[in-house]
Design a protein around this ligand. Structure first.
Ligand SMILES: Cc1cc2nc3c(=O)[nH]c(=O)nc-3n(C[C@H](O)[C@H](O)[C@H](O)COP(=O)(O)O)c2cc1C
Length: 198
């Protein structure tokens, strides 16, 4: 299953409705030019004072398998399961201090915007992405010498859509489950907290 468009209430752009988080990935490399394009999309995200707090660490199984596996091993076991064929992992970090050493209060907001640009560019390029919070941040920080002020936000699995029938039964069910979101009126308020928009 390579497409699972969001059943939106209102028509929205395919780029947004069409992006989703599959677990079936093909055992196939990602073209380096495509990878560069995703990172370029992230680079042009907006950020408070243009501080660009994000940093990405790329692990390409087909470039350096030993280093890739060190990153893979930090994934939670439940994520390692379906990442077995994923060719690229990207770790997303946010620098929590400004150049003056003060707290950057929008670092994670800005970094999320950059990650979203990356995954949307991936979808536009025909690639699948799946973001993950489930990884051992302490182990990752130690293994890759990440400085203390860089918050480890997420890992992103990137690759080509694969054959969902090869997943185990529990994952196949999750893959086929309908996509759902909280209702718009519970998400967007107007004028006061709790007053549904429209
Ligand atoms: C920051 C973040 C962390 C996530 N962590 C995990 C994870 O550890 N494992 C996993 O299978 N999915 C993870 N997901 C995927 C979400 O479960 C998924 O985005 C959500 O269910 C909505 O599905 P959709 O992306 O297909 O619309 C994560 C997503 C985000 C944005």
């Amino acid at each position: 299953m390579s497409a699972k468009p969001a059943p939106t209430d209102v028509d929205i752009h395919e780029l947004i409705a069409g992006r989703w988080s599959p677990r079936a990935f093909a055992d196939k490399p990602v073209d380096r030019a495509h990878l560069r394009r995703l990172l370029e999309a992230a680079r042009w995200a907006p950020s408070s004072n243009n501080l660009q707090p994000w940093r990405f660490i790329v692990f390409d199984r087909h470039r350096d398998e030993a280093v890739f596996l060190r990153a893979f091993e930090t994934l939670a076991p439940s994520n390692q399961n379906w990442n077995a064929t994923v060719p690229v992992l990207i770790c997303v970090t946010a620098s929590t201090l400004t150049p003056k050493g003060e707290p950057n209060r929008t670092a994670t907001y800005d970094t999320g915007a950059a990650a979203m640009a990356l995954v949307l560019q991936a979808h536009a390029t025909g690639l699948a992405t799946h973001q993950m919070g489930g990884f051992d941040r302490d182990a990752f920080r130690a293994a890759f010498s990440v400085p203390e002020d860089a918050q480890l936000i997420a890992m992103i699995a990137i690759g080509h859509h694969g054959d969902a029938s090869l997943l185990d039964e529990a994952l196949r069910e999750r893959e086929a489950a309908p996509r759902a979101r909280r209702a718009l009126g519970e998400t967007a308020f107007e004028g006061a907290w709790g007053t549904a928009f429209d």
